[in-house]
Design a binder for this molecule. Structure first.
Ligand SMILES: [Zn+2]
Length: 396
């Protein structure tokens, strides 16, 4: 394959570093990497390169979805039941889901829990260029207690099973370890503040994962389980929808990331659509919705490092960004939570998440100025992933 060189001319560049936008800028792509970024008058564009004209658009780093699943569609209901299915129906859903994720400008996604190791196969197929989708980091089978949230086909009770399943996951190709600590919204039996694992079991999981060089992402909404996980040294707390200010301050002090999400509980196509007939789930959904805005205030107030994910609301990362802006986040900061900070949260900050020379060329354009109108992030135009156009069939 010939090495592609092209220049994207942008009306405005938000480069993901946090610096002020660059007006009338250029991103020069050489092969899979970014060669130069700057103002049009400062970047020398070689004569023979193709120009992609985004003069009427804003150019950004490709989005990073820090928490999703490949095979789940929340609107179909019974998410855990979806994970209990045989591989074929799950993969068929995943192919569609990952396509719409990529179309929404998500060039990298962290998949935090699948059965049958289908996420490893999906990651490899996408990396080989045979399936359109975000570049994936995968957790494979979640570590969850028999009576825990997320308990689909694989259960890990006690030190021995936790260690064995983490080792099997690593051997099977896991990039990270996902552990379910507290209850969740989308399962029938678990209260969101209840927690499954003893401090010793969490510590065992963290030690086993870290000894293997794998970060630990923990599903936790709130209650005492959160502090246990922070103390044990987990890398990211996922959701944190019922955390209080104290929890977030503890995370900030320890350097623990928060990866949060709102669409699955707040968007009409999420749990509301899929599980409307299950009263216990609807009750938890109601509480989650009522507390979400206040919880997000605690996030901002605490100074905890936070990033965004969609939790299987495929194609809706823009909605996640818009929602936190509605709740008081600065638009530029919210964009960083789905670009550079999301990349850092998943351990890829040196490779992706911002438009800087030497980084992987993941670049998108949106129709409008998101600092003025955050909803324009839905209108994605150009999509470049690893230096290759993904928004035009002919260029694939
Ligand atoms: Zn999830």
């Amino acid at each position: 394959m010939e090495r592609a060189r092209f220049a994207i001319k942008a009306g405005r560049i938000i480069d993901g570093t946090g610096r002020s936008p660059i007006e009338r800028g250029v991103v020069l792509v050489d092969g899979e990497r970014i060669a130069a970024v700057g103002r049009e008058i400062d970047v020398r564009i070689p004569q023979d390169v193709e120009i992609i004209d985004c003069a009427a658009q804003t150019v950004l780093p490709g989005f990073v979805d820090a928490h999703s699943h490949a095979s789940i569609v929340p609107g179909l209901g019974d998410q855990i039941g979806q994970l209990r299915q045989p591989p074929a129906p799950q993969i068929l859903r995943a192919v569609q889901n990952l396509r719409s994720d990529l179309r929404s400008g998500v060039t990298t996604m962290r998949v935090v829990g699948e059965e049958h190791f289908i996420d490893v196969d999906l990651r490899e197929t996408i990396a080989a260029g045979r399936l359109p989708g975000p570049r994936l980091l995968v957790a494979t089978r979640p570590i969850t207690a028999r009576n825990g949230h997320g308990a689909a086909l694989t259960f890990s009770d006690g030190e021995e099973e936790i260690r064995r399943h983490i080792r099997e996951n690593v051997a099977g190709g896991a990039d990270l370890i996902k552990l379910f600590m507290t209850g969740g919204v989308s399962s029938k039996g678990t209260a969101a503040r209840w927690y499954a694992y003893t401090p010793h079991e969490v510590q065992v999981a963290v030690d086993e994962a870290h000894r293997n060089g794998k970060p630990v992402a923990v599903h936790a909404h709130g209650g005492p389980g959160v502090a246990i996980c922070i103390d044990a040294g987990v890398d990211t707390i996922e959701h944190g929808k019922l955390c209080d200010l104290e929890d977030f301050v503890a995370m900030r002090k320890r350097g623990t990331w928060l990866v949060t999400n709102n669409a699955v509980s707040g968007h009409p196509d999420g749990i509301e659509k899929g599980d409307a007939h299950v009263p216990s789930i609807m009750a938890k959904l109601k509480e989650s919705r009522e507390t979400s805005r206040q919880t997000f205030r605690f996030v901002l107030e605490s100074g905890v490092k936070w990033a965004l994910g969609t939790d299987s609301m495929h194609g809706l990362l823009w909605w996640e960004i818009a929602k936190v802006v509605e709740w008081g986040a600065d638009p530029h900061d919210a964009i960083l939570a789905a670009t550079r900070r999301a990349a850092e949260a998943i351990g890829m900050g040196s490779e992706i998440g911002s438009l800087e020379p030497g980084k992987v060329a993941d670049v998108i354009s949106v129709d409008g100025d998101p600092l003025d109108d955050i909803g324009c992030l839905e209108r994605v135009g150009v999509i470049v992933q690893g230096g290759r156009r993904r928004d035009t069939l002919s260029a694939q």
